[in-house]
Ligand binder design. Structure first.
Ligand SMILES: C[S@@+](CC[C@H](N)C(=O)[O-])C[C@H]1O[C@@H](n2cnc3c(N)ncnc32)[C@H](O)[C@@H]1O
Length: 243
């Protein structure tokens, strides 16, 4: 059994280290492969999600599992009066984000730093918006990460999760799972020579909780008015809950 296939048998700490290792090895090619494997759709998914943000109190946003920082850059560009804290636990991803910042974003209000989604280093009620984009599926203890998002936003603030989910329609689901399990790792291997990493990522989409289960997890973290919107035939969803 490969490391990727047996990840379900690991402890949560070991899974975390596995995920950290994967993102540390693909950081340089991440943006290119992300756009390629989603056929460029990831850009509009992020834009649409960010346009639903509401800033009204602290004028601060936390981008959790920021990776190479695309959400943070988009938020800072769209809302110049908002300051963004962008955290990730894979330093090579953060370093890529910092390189992009030096090239294109020097005037933007973003602070990239190390941080773990399950133990945020911020006081309660610090942000108007907490967002995690394509990150939650890689976190073994999703409930803990959602609880942390709810904790750090102000009353009335938004916790937003953007994520790729398994599809509801049986025929589409079969085709999509074929793409995830064979097509995506095959293409990723050509460009990154890291098939295992992308097999793991595909696996994490296939095993993501159902929409109903995930919405219950958001409610369990204390969030109200939980709703979700599907994008691109429902392969990606934006979940929103209010504190
Ligand atoms: C698929 S990337 C998403 C990056 C970015 N948010 C985007 O929209 O493209 C997932 C990121 O989650 C990060 N990550 C996974 N588990 C984490 C955790 N427990 N704490 C912080 N970052 C985590 C990984 O290091 C990786 O950079």
């Amino acid at each position: 059994m490969s490391d990727v296939r047996k990840h379900c048998c690991y402890t949560q700490d070991t899974q975390k280290e596995l995920v950290k290792g994967i993102f540390s090895t693909i950081s340089v090619k991440y943006d290119f492969l992300n756009h390629l494997l989603s056929f460029g759709q990831d850009i509009s998914w992020r834009k649409r999600t960010i346009s639903s943000m509401r800033f009204f109190s602290t004028m601060r946003c936390i981008d959790i599992a920021t990776g190479t920082g695309d959400v943070a850059f988009e938020v800072a560009n769209k809302y110049p009066s908002v300051s963004v804290d962008a955290i990730d636990f894979a330093m090579p991803m953060i370093n890529e984000a910092k390189n992009k910042y030096k090239k294109h974003g020097n005037n933007l209000n973003i602070n990239f730093q190390y941080g773990d989604a399950t133990k945020l280093n911020f006081p309660d009620d610090s942000f108007d918006v907490a967002i995690i984009s394509f990150g939650i599926r890689n976190i073994p203890n999703k409930q803990k990460a959602l609880n942390e998002m709810a904790r750090v936003i102000v009353p009335g603030g938004q916790a937003i999760v953007l994520e790729m989910v398994s599809h509801q329609n049986k025929v589409f689901k079969t085709l999509y799972q074929w793409y995830l399990c064979y097509g995506l790792p095959f293409i990723a291997n050509i460009f990154s020579q890291n098939r295992k990493a992308y097999e793991y990522l595909s696996n994490s989409i296939v095993h993501f909780p159902s929409i109903k289960e995930f919405q219950s997890m958001l409610q369990k973290s204390g969030l109200k008015q939980v709703k979700s919107v599907g994008m691109t035939l429902g392969i990606t969803r934006m979940f929103v809950g209010i504190k």
